[in-house]
Design a protein around this ligand. Structure first.
Ligand SMILES: [Fe+2]
Ligand SMILES: [Fe+2]
Length: 137
């Protein structure tokens, strides 16, 4: 199976590992009255990101690759708005990357990996929408 696909999957896994920790630590660290509901959103998204990491890692393992254990730089801390802005940036990056990776899957005729990316991408667009709508109040 294509090295390009394996490389893409490992980039995606690093991104998901980043998101898992960033969201879970935002859940732990967020303070203030308005954070109560949002802490739960951070926590739920962190768990979704873990499922994404698992799906990508299972696929990479099946293709004979070794899933990375290294996340990208993680942004934690600051007030609630800073956290949400950092998470928005994270999701924008994910949407951009996964759209590119879907194109690679099409070029490489890997329809199963493509389907995994498409399902994950739908979740990331939802996360992006959550942060955009909260910031545009
Ligand atoms: Fe994700
Ligand atoms: Fe996400």
């Amino acid at each position: 199976m294509s090295e390009k696909i394996k490389e893409a999957l490992n980039q995606a896994i690093a991104r998901e590992l980043t998101a898992i920790t960033q969201y879970m630590w935002h859940n732990v660290m967020a303070t203030g009255m308005e954070s109560l509901k949002i802490k739960e959103i951070f926590r739920n998204i962190s768990i979704t990101e873990m499922k994404h990491a698992e799906a990508f890692a299972k696929r990479l393992n099946y293709l004979g690759g070794v899933p990375t254990i290294k996340p990208n730089p993680i942004k934690v801390g600051g007030n609630l708005e800073k956290m949400i802005r950092d998470d928005l940036e994270l999701e924008e990056g994910a949407v951009e990357m996964y759209n590119k990776h879907i194109k690679i899957c099409i070029e490489e005729n890997d329809y199963v990996t493509r389907r995994i990316y498409e399902e994950v991408l739908a979740d990331e667009e939802e996360h992006l929408h959550t942060w955009n709508s909260l910031l545009s109040k």
